[in-house]
Design a protein around this ligand. Structure first.
Ligand code: GLC
Length: 601
């Protein structure tokens, strides 16, 4: 992709002076004396992108700008999946949109679909060309068609932008390997072994078994290159202004193809600093603020999603420190706590994490989820609980209790995270486990994430209670990477049966009900943050403050539980999920029962 510097378009006075001031400030903070030159180049890129923005996308920009609170709406359900595993290719995906709409899905988040390196690519997270679609999945024209089809259905496309690293085969890396100093400066290269050792002292391995260390020696480079993840994923050097501009160019290019949001993959790792673990550095947040400000000028409806599976204290700044940054961030603290609560039949940790999550700013929304394509990282709760708690949960989900999960690799000092589909983790299909209770656990978790403030995320197959895919062990290309356990092929036969009211229909119907119920909260005037109400050890209660009274009650135990509600919930209410009237007085919840209490009327 060429850089906008070559364009003849004159730097236009910014259409959005306040965003431009933020942009200038963040670039100055990041690049010091180099900032004015960079800003001039960024301005040209923005002017060109703004000029090229297709009319339907400008209309979307205008619509979203006239409704600044749209991000806080309930029921903006996201569905996440690998394109090949879900539908073969992009055309297949287009063919399955009715199914997704039937689920109440409004946003698609396909996992990386840009052209990846050949062979191992960490599920597409090693991009060779950000300007092309993975050939096996389709081409850019089909992607644009998908985006347009989604807009016509009032849906949106969230795309992964692997912004922390490129594949070793990306053109920049190829040129760096050929010795071009301009492109060598795109990556973090170290030529002295003792320097590698010094850095490593403060770094934590993400994949200590399958990709130990954070540097890889490359004979072509005659240097070690920083590789946080796999050796073929080369970390970019964001202290180089050219890298910032290249990535911005990529965002602008894809935004004008109709992408409505970007998942910033591995966002915590963008800035490296000696003497630290090089995660969540202040400059990282400044980079994201700068991206946001730039998009505000050239493609304002496009949102950013932070993929930061870190302690909540480090996630919150991704919404912005001095100005807005991401509109969405994974609510991994609450997600992990929900699993912990199921294991312990005690909701204390969920109460704590909900309290912390409520600190999000008004312009941001949580992406609430149960499972995704990655492992479940217990270490992200380390600041909130004891090491014993983490160990207990990790062991429980390593096939203990009702669970049929498996442990994943972890760096020394941490506890193993967990792999497995949600259905397996709740015990669906596990011999000896009560299957009615197991299904209730899955429904409970999905019901809670639909009731929280923010956007609910469905991980492909969970709506059908699809189980683990142990077949990955027979495939040499995947066998050594445990996360493939929960990346099965979509079971369309099961989907057809569930849609026809047969096997699988129970969970599918429940998830569809949640989707409708969450969307109905808007019209019912239910809004605001989820604030925990301490009811009893086994029953989670949270209210939504900011509109009509609403209380979500969730029994996290295998026993019936009775709770007493205080005002305003001591009045007769109605369960928004079942339509059942709830009399005042003590309320008994069946095992794993979920109630969305709201006022009658
Ligand atoms: C993110 C992705 C994960 C990938 C890693 C490296 O954490 O979710 O699947 O392995 O980034 O790109």
């Amino acid at each position: 992709m060429t850089i906008a510097a070559e364009l003849k378009v004159a730097a236009s006075p910014s259409s959005n002076p306040s965003a431009h001031r933020v942009l200038e400030d963040r670039l100055t903070r990041l690049y010091g004396v180099g900032a004015p030159k960079l800003l001039a180049r960024v301005d040209r890129a923005l002017a060109q992108a703004a000029q090229a923005r297709p009319e339907p996308l400008r209309a979307l920009d205008a619509a979203r700008q006239s409704d600044p609170h749209w991000i806080s709406r309930s029921g903006e359900t996201v569905y996440t999946f690998y394109v090949d595993r879900f539908a073969g290719d992009l055309q297949g995906l287009i063919d399955h949109l009715d199914y997704l709409q039937g689920l109440g899905v409004r946003w698609l988040h396909p996992l990386p679909l840009l052209k990846a390196r050949e062979g191992e690519s960490d599920g597409g997270f090693a991009v060779q060309d950000y300007g092309a679609v993975e050939p096996a999945l389709g081409d850019m024209a089909t992607l644009e068609r998908l985006a347009a089809e989604l807009r016509a259905r009032d849906m949106g496309l969230l795309l992964d932008v692997v912004c922390n690293h490129t594949a070793r085969e990306h053109d920049w890396a190829v040129k760096a390997r050929a010795g071009d100093p301009h492109f060598r400066a795109y990556y973090r290269l170290v030529t002295d072994a003792s320097e590698v050792t010094r850095w490593e002292e403060d770094l934590v391995d993400v994949f200590p078994d399958t990709a130990p260390g954070n540097f890889t020696y490359d004979a072509d480079l005659k240097a070690w290159v920083w590789t946080t993840f796999y050796p073929f994923q080369w970390d970019l050097d964001y202290s180089n202004p050219d890298v910032f501009l290249e990535m911005l160019d990529i965002l602008l290019h894809l935004a004008n193809k109709g992408v409505q949001g970007f998942r910033l993959d591995s966002a915590p790792f963008l800035w490296k600093r000696a003497g630290t673990n090089s995660r969540n550095q202040p400059e990282t947040y400044a980079i994201v603020e700068a991206f946001r400000a730039a998009l505000e000028i050239a493609a304002p409806s496009v949102l950013l999603l932070a993929e930061a599976i870190e302690s909540l204290d480090d996630v919150l700044p991704f919404f912005g420190v001095s100005s807005a940054a991401c509109s969405l961030a994974y609510n991994n603290g609450v997600m992990t706590a929900l699993w912990a609560a199921l294991a312990d039949q005690d909701v204390g940790i969920v109460n704590r994490m909900l309290g912390a999550a409520a600190q999000r700013p008004d312009h941001g929304a949580w992406l609430n989820y149960v499972r995704c394509h990655d492992d479940l990282i217990w270490n992200a709760l380390a600041q909130y609980v004891s090491a014993d708690d983490l160990q207990r949960w990790s062991r429980f989900y390593d096939g203990g209790g009702f669970s049929d999960g498996r442990r994943f690799q972890t760096a020394p000092g941490g506890v193993p995270s967990t792999n497995g589909m949600a259905a397996a983790l709740v015990g669906i299909g596990k011999p000896g486990v009560d299957q009615t209770l197991a299904r209730s656990r899955l429904s409970l978790l999905y019901g809670v994430i639909h009731a929280l403030d923010g956007w609910p995320l469905i991980y492909m197959g969970d709506e059908l209670a699809m189980g683990n895919d142990v077949a990955f062990l027979d495939d040499p290309a995947r066998a050594k990477e445990g996360r493939w356990l929960h990346r099965p092929d979509m079971d369309w036969a099961l989907a057809a049966s569930a849609e026809a009211g047969g096997t699988g229909s129970e969970v599918l119907d429940t998830i569809r009900l949640y989707g409708r119920a969450a969307q109905a909260l808007n019209a019912a005037g239910v809004a605001g943050r989820a604030i925990p109400i301490h009811l009893s050890a086994g029953v989670l209660g949270f209210e939504r403050r900011g509109g009509q009274p609403f209380l979500c009650l969730a029994n996290f135990t295998e026993e019936a539980q009775t709770v007493t509600l205080l005002a305003p919930y001591d009045a007769p209410g109605r369960d928004r999920l079942t339509g059942r009237d709830i009399p005042s007085g003590p309320l008994t919840l069946a095992p794993y029962e979920l109630i969305w209490w709201s006022v009658v009327g």
